[in-house]
Each structure stands twice: as structure tokens, then as C-alpha cells.
Design a protein around this ligand. Structure first.
Ligand SMILES: NC(=O)c1ccc[n+]([C@@H]2O[C@H](COP(=O)([O-])OP(=O)(O)OC[C@H]3O[C@@H](n4cnc5c(N)ncnc54)[C@H](O)[C@@H]3O)[C@@H](O)[C@H]2O)c1
Length: 419
């Protein structure tokens, strides 16, 4: 079966590789350099499993029927399914996701292929698929939320927590297509996952076919729950730091309660990355005219956390001035959100950097993956030793042993030294 994928970022490329194990996959991107890289079996993004699968395919050790292209005809003609995995950035002027790339991709698909089942994998506002189907008069559009994590994109599709596809409940053809799409994803997963026993005693990968609007809500509510958990442990940490308590001891005692659990509880400078900040804001926008307190508080909490962290950093700077350092320099150790990542979209440390700079404190950035002399007007260096020497306070959202020799300069809240 031919499957087309529009967009070869984290979502599109991981799905393309997953599905290319058993199908003919043609992936389209509007950036020719990405297309060329994929066709050389090089991953344009840092992701262990994608890199491994592409390297094995290149060495002839793995069959992957994957080709990337910029040509809509080549990508979309004859495809039975066309997956849309293009960006949906949050538009702060409109307070809503910008879905224009999704619509551009759909227009391009339909320009070549009037019958393919279009599966939107991009994260979209609640109610979007239903309104789009109506506006375009196109009943062959469904939505499947994507739950992968960056840097573990293919891993998470090989070992999915669940597969969810949304199709209008009364539309038997669309529901059947949604089920077939769920089967395709399950077929691409690690075969051991089909035998696994879940916490509720069921066997295999849980598959849900819901209405499109419910499926859209699942995605935004799941990410907002994750953001809530991050925000909760960050506020716990803010309290402990402000009052001089040991955060680690409090978290340990709290999380030994099995209903809370000792996972996903490591404090940070705030939730960040491409998805959580924008998805929480989109869910809040979807609450228009619906009563709520919590969703707004989650969004606000992330701002308050960054204000607090920035104040802590600035107070260290003030202490240095007081004790005789004339113009202390703040170092930003990595712009990335996670320790094994190469992208820094909406990373929380940028919020700290912005606040510190706003007070006139000079900032130097160490970011080895950034090939530019400056980042938002601050000097960027790739020389770690020079960075450590220059900076008086070093802020790190995530600890690295590279900082061990300057630990007394480091401000981090990575208490458990893990993501
Ligand atoms: N990154 C994640 O962890 C993650 C997880 C779940 C869901 N999502 C959602 O999936 C969507 C894509 O996210 P991503 O992280 O893969 O984005 P990305 O920015 O990494 O990749 C998107 C790709 O789409 C390409 N593109 C843009 N317009 C296009 C068009 N008209 N046709 C074809 N290609 C086009 C871009 O060049 C880019 O390569 C977003 O809606 C995001 O919210 C992302």
C-alpha cells in the first residue's frame, strides 16, 4: 500500500520510517535540504531510533521502502492514506493555533489525489476536523493524535502507549478507514507490543476509535495534564526553595504514595518544548465560554515559575556584585529542553534568559548545536572551557557532568539529574 506523509519533522519522519517497514512511503517536505538528507539515509533530527533505522536501511540490513520528495505528484498520487504532520504553531495575536500549513498540505494532497484518506496527525484545536470537513465538503478527513516525545519519536511509535483515531461516529466509511489506519500503526510497532499486558489486564496496544472532536480533546487534555504535573512539582520546588526546605526530601515523601508515583516529578525551569506551552494555551482558548480555573492556572503557573527562577538567578548576581565582582556574566548552559536533544523550540531556559537580560545582566550562551555567533543579541560560544571561565553564574535547566568542575557557579533545579 502507498502511504504519503506531508511534513518530515519529529512526527512525520517517525511515522514515515515506522510505516515504511511494511508499506511504500513517500514523504513530502517543502524544505529540499531535509528531503535530500532523508534520501541519503541521514536523519535531519536527533533521534536514536530514526538514526538507527536509516543507518541499517543504508547498510542493507533493514528493508525500508521510504523516499522523500518535494514533488506533490510523486508523493500523493495513488496514495491510499495521506498523513499530515505539518506545524501548528500558536498564534499569540489570534490566541489560537495557526493551522495554515495543515490546510496548505490538504490542498496539495487533494490537487493530486481526490480519494486518499487524509489523516491529520498535527495537533489541532478541538472541533477543527469537523469544521474543516464541512468547510471543504470533504468527508475523507480523519484525525489521529500523536503522543510521541521529541528525541524518542520513533521509539514511542514502536512502543505506543495507545493508538487513537478520530472519525465521525455516524460515518461508517470513515470509521472503517480510522480502524485500518490504527491497524497500520499497530503493524509498524515492535511485535512484542502486540503481546504485552497492560496495567488494566488487557493485552496488546490499546486502540481507540473516537469522534474527531473527542480525539482532538484527548490530545490537548493529555498534554495539559502533563503540564499540570510539571507545574505542580515546580511550584512545590518554588515553595521549598523560598522557605529553605529540601525539595528532594519532600518530593520523595509525596511520591511514595502509589497514586502519585515517583515518575515525571523532577523540577525544572518550567514546562517547555514545542508542545506543552502551545497545547495548554490552545486548550484554554477552547474553553471560551466554558467555566474553568485550573487550565488558566496551569498556563499562569509556568510564567510565575520562570519569574521565580529568574529572581533566584538575579539574586546570585546581586550577591556577586555586593562581594566585589564588578559586572557578573550569566552563562546559559544549553538552550535545549532535554539533555539529549538538539532542538530548543520554546525551551523554558529561554524565558529565564529573557528575564535576566531584561535587567541588563550580560548573558553568554553555550550551545554546541547552534552555529551562529549570537542568539537574541547574546553571544553564543561552542567552547565549553572558555564559557566556564567567562561566566560567574551558570544556569542549567538540566545538569550535565560537564559542569562538575564549576558546580559552585551552577544554578539548576534538576534535583534528580534526569529528564
Ligand atoms: N514534536 C512533538 O513532540 C510533537 C508531538 C505530538 C504532536 N506534535 C504535533 O505534530 C505537528 C508537527 O510537529 P513536528 O514537531 O513534527 O514539527 P516539525 O516542525 O519538526 O516538522 C514539520 C515539518 O513540516 C514541514 N512543512 C511545513 N509546511 C508544509 C507543507 N505545507 N507541506 C509539507 N511539509 C510542510 C516543515 O518543513 C517541517 O519539516 C505539530 O502540530 C505538533 O504540535 C508534535
Amino acid at each position: 500500500m502507498k502511504i504519503a506523509v506531508a511534513g518530515t519533522g519529529y512526527v512525520g519522519l517517525s511515522l514515515a520510517v515506522l510505516l515504511a517497514q511494511h508499506n511504500e512511503v513517500r514523504a513530502l517536505d517543502i524544505v529540499p535540504e531535509k528531503v535530500e538528507k532523508i534520501n541519503r539515509f541521514e536523519s535531519p533530527i536527533q533521534d536514536d531510533e530514526i538514526e538507527r533505522f536509516l543507518a541499517e536501511a543504508q547498510a542493507g540490513q533493514r528493508a525500508l521502502d521510504l523516499h522523500a520528495t518535494v514533488d506533490p505528484q510523486e508523493a500523493y498520487a495513488g496514495a491510499e492514506f495521506a498523513i499530515v504532520a505539518t506545524p501548528t504553531n500558536y498564534d499569540s495575536d489570534r490566541n489560537f493555533f495557526d493551522t495554515s500549513s495543515v490546510e496548505a498540505a490538504i490542498e496539495a494532497i487533494r490537487g493530486v489525489n481526490p480519494t486518499a484518506w487524509i489523516v491529520i496527525k498535527s495537533t489541532i484545536p478541538v472541533g477543527y476536523t469537523a469544521s474543516l470537513r464541512e468547510r471543504l465538503g470533504d468527508s475523507r478527513i480523519v484525525f489521529s493524535p500523536e503522543f510521541l516525545r521529541e528525541s524518542k519519536a520513533l521509539y514511542d511509535n514502536l512502543h505506543p502507549s495507545r493508538i487513537v483515531v478520530g472519525a465521525p461516529k455516524g460515518d461508517a466509511e470513515a470509521v472503517a478507514a480510522a480502524k485500518r489506519f490504527a491497524d497500520l500503526l499497530a503493524h509498524g510497532a515492535d511485535p512484542a507490543e502486540l503481546e504485552r499486558t497492560n496495567a488494566d489486564g488487557t493485552v496488546g496496544i490499546p486502540r481507540l476509535v473516537l469522534g474527531t472532536t473527542e480525539a482532538e480533546a484527548v490530545k490537548l487534555f493529555a498534554n495539559t495534564y502533563l503540564a499540570l504535573r510539571v507545574a505542580y512539582f515546580n511550584e512545590l520546588d518554588t515553595y521549598c526553595e523560598a522557605r529553605g526546605l529540601s525539595t528532594a526530601d519532600v518530593i520523595e515523601g509525596v511520591c511514595l504514595e502509589p497514586r502519585i508515583g515517583s515518575h515525571y516529578n523532577n523540577p525544572s525551569f518550567g514546562y517547555g518544548g514545542y508542545c506543552l506551552p502551545k497545547d495548554t494555551k490552545q486548550l484554554l482558548a477552547n474553553y471560551k465560554d466554558v467555566p474553568q480555573n485550573l487550565i488558566e492556572a496551569i498556563v499562569e503557573s509556568n510564567r510565575t515559575r520562570k519569574d521565580f527562577v529568574a529572581e533566584q538567578v538575579l539574586s546570585r548576581v546581586s550577591q556577586l556584585v555586593y562581594s566585589g565582582t564588578p559586572a557578573p556574566v550569566v552563562g546559559v548552559y544549553r538552550l535545549t529542553m532535554k539533555s539529549n536533544s538538539d532542538n530548543f523550540r520554546a525551551s523554558s531556559i529561554q524565558g529565564i534568559m529573557k528575564r535576566v537580560k531584561a535587567k541588563g545582566v550580560p548573558v553568554v550562551v553555550f550551545e554546541p548545536t547552534l552555529d551562529a555567533p549570537e542568539f537574541f543579541g547574546s553571544e553564543v560560544t561552542r567552547d565549553l572551557a572558555a564559557f566556564k571561565g567567562r561566566c560567574d553564574v551558570i544556569v542549567a535547566n538540566r545538569w550535565s557532568d560537564d559542569l562538575s568542575d564549576v558546580a559552585d557557579k551552577v544554578y539548576t533545579r534538576d534535583l534528580f539529574k534526569r529528564d
